[in-house]
Write a protein that binds this ligand. Structure first.
Ligand code: NAD
Ligand code: IPM
Ligand code: MN
Length: 361
């Protein structure tokens, strides 16, 4: 198979982890006889520095000329510490999602058995957890207008808007996913307060008649945040809006052990974009210690979802499982019991995964 992949490393640890994933994809290409051609593109602070824009048109054009996009992360402390800067890295991410019509952000929360005892959640609560989130990605409060400050700067407004069409298309994906899994769908909203959530709930409920086998429940966001940690096993598929999904999935990363473990796939009308759920992690950026597994697993999702290469995708997941089984730990998932020679930095993790690919592929 001949395929083109746009690689948008971005900022901070995005740069560090994306290179590892590209290398893993190159190894997969060689091993399974595929030609993957990689084209770099700019986003975030890196793009602002080079072009003045957080997501230049050239980046969008490059994506459209390829078959899938691998993205790292955006963000820098200079913007986080200065809310008044008008041009910001995060705008780049929002723009690429909107331009490419990536309305469905799929975030699987998979706990590798080896990490059962390293989580801050009790193993008996965690064991058997397997959740997939469908986070709406191109609507809601992230995009609604007006969004502005009044003249004297003492009042600000953001707008939470959803249309029936926007809810229906993400909910449909979630129902379809539930049909291939345990046939349980939980829709998370704040319908006791928000009008947009009442539309959300009504739309999901109406669609459920097309999926009579799927057991649908509705949960308020505040309760869902609590239930996720109290009893994660109760969930199968969760569908929710843009901001609720953002927050709940960072929380859910603790089910998988770390932010450094969670990949995501964003799909919609055109090509798919694959990125870890984590950000640029300024607190560890530049130290070479970030966990690249979230990015590597995003690469696995890319092969599976965009290219239909299930065996190749499974080979990557298998290498990650083997890495953990052999006791290797990146620093975010290491414990006091992890011996010194099993503690891996970013580059060492990449090398070990590459080596293990040879044994599982
Ligand atoms: P973050 O996800 O960057 O980091 C949160 C915490 O998790 C930090 O302690 C970090 O060290 C840790 N962490 C994250 N990924 C890790 C990994 N792979 N390995 C080990 N540890 C990891 O969130 P934040 O600190 O709130 O945000 C930092 C910047 O990133 C901000 O500018 C924010 O806007 C941006 N951001 C970008 C994205 C994205 O590009 N998709 C996502 C979230 C945040
Ligand atoms: C994510 C991030 C982004 C989001 C930010 C950086 C715009 O937190 O991908 O989860 O909120 O969607
Ligand atoms: Mn987030």
């Amino acid at each position: 198979m001949n395929k083109k992949i746009t690689v948008i490393a971005g900022d901070g640890i995005g740069l560090e982890v994306t290179g590892i994933t590209q290398n893993i994809l190159e190894i997969i290409g060689e091993r399974f006889g595929h030609q993957f051609e990689f084209t770099p593109a700019l986003i975030g602070h890196a793009a602002i520095e080079a072009t003045g824009e957080p997501c230049p048109q050239k980046t969008i054009d490059t994506c459209r000329a390829t078959d899938a996009v691998l993205l790292g992360a955006v963000g820098m402390p200079m913007y986080d510490n200065n809310p008044n800067l008008k041009v910001r890295p995060e705008q780049g991410l929002l723009k690429i999602r909107k331009e490419l019509g990536l309305y469905s952000n799929i975030r699987p929360i998979k706990l590798f058995d080896e990490l059962l005892y390293t989580s801050s959640i009790k193993p008996e609560i965690l064991q058997g957890s397997d959740i997939i989130f469908f986070r709406e990605l191109t609507g809601g409060i992230y995009f609604g207008t007006p969004r502005e400050r009044n003249e004297d700067g003492t009042e600000a407004i953001d707008t939470l808007r959803y249309s029936k069409m926007e809810v229906e298309r993400i909910a449909r994906q979630a129902f379809e996913s539930a049909m291939t899994r345990r046939k349980k769908l939980c829709s998370v909203d704040k319908a006791n307060v928000l009008e947009s959530s009442r539309l959300w709930r009504e739309t999901v409920q109406a669609l459920s008649s097309e999926y009579p086998e799927v057991e649908v429940t509705h949960m308020f966001i505040d309760n869902a945040a609590m239930q996720l940690i109290r009893d994660p096993k109760q969930f199968d598929v969760i569908v929710t809006g843009n901001m609720f999904g953002d927050i709940l999935t960072d929380e859910a990363s603790q089910i998988a052990g770390s932010m450094g473990m969670l990949p995501s796939a964003s799909v919609g009308n055109e090509i798919g974009l694959y990125e870890p759920i984590h950000g640029s992690a300024p607190d560890i950026a530049g130290k070479g210690i970030a966990n690249p597994i979230a990015s590597v697993l995003s690469g696995a999702l890319l092969l599976d979802i965009s290219f239909g290469l299930k065996e190749e995708s499974d080979a990557i997941i298998g290498a990650v499982a083997q890495f953990l089984k052999e006791g290797y730990r990146t620093l975010d998932i290491a414990t006091d019991e992890t011996p010194e020679d099993k503690r891996m930095n970013t580059a060492q993790t990449g090398e070990k995964l590459a080596e293990l690919l040879a044994s599982v592929a």
